[in-house]
Design a protein around this ligand. Structure first.
Ligand code: GTP
Ligand code: MG
Length: 90
């Protein structure tokens, strides 16, 4: 059985959502989301193959987020390469 205190924390918790667009398609799609002015989450666009080199910066950006959506076209380029790096960083 779950202890009362953690259960209360779960009830009070709010989702902190970040949507990350990676690569050409991912960045286009999160730009489209941003243009629609949807509220309630953060949006990050990253078009780079240097995700591993910038891991510390990525972790810093994702601090405080507890639900991450990664968006990429998976064409085998930078979005494809960066996606697992972001998944591990979050
Ligand atoms: N819906 C949508 N699909 C797209 C868009 N741009 C590309 N795609 C599709 O996404 C797939 C490839 O996405 P890419 O962004 O090239 O993926 P990637 O190769 O990992 O990343 P890059 O290095 O940026 O090329 C293909 O099937 C494209 O047709 C877009 O703006 N919108
Ligand atoms: Mg591509």
């Amino acid at each position: 059985m779950i202890k009362e205190e953690p259960l209360e924390k779960v009830k009070a918790a709010r989702p902190a959502i970040t949507v990350v667009g990676l690569g050409g398609a991912g960045c286009n799609i999160v730009t489209w989301i941003s243009d629609k002015k949807l509220a309630g989450g953060r949006i990050i666009a990253a078009n780079t193959e240097a995700a591993k080199e910038n891991l510390a910066e990525i972790k810093e950006e994702l601090k405080g987020t507890n639900l991450i959506f990664l968006v990429a076209g998976l064409g085998g380029g930078s979005g494809t390469g960066a996606m697992p790096v972001f998944a591990r960083a979050g």
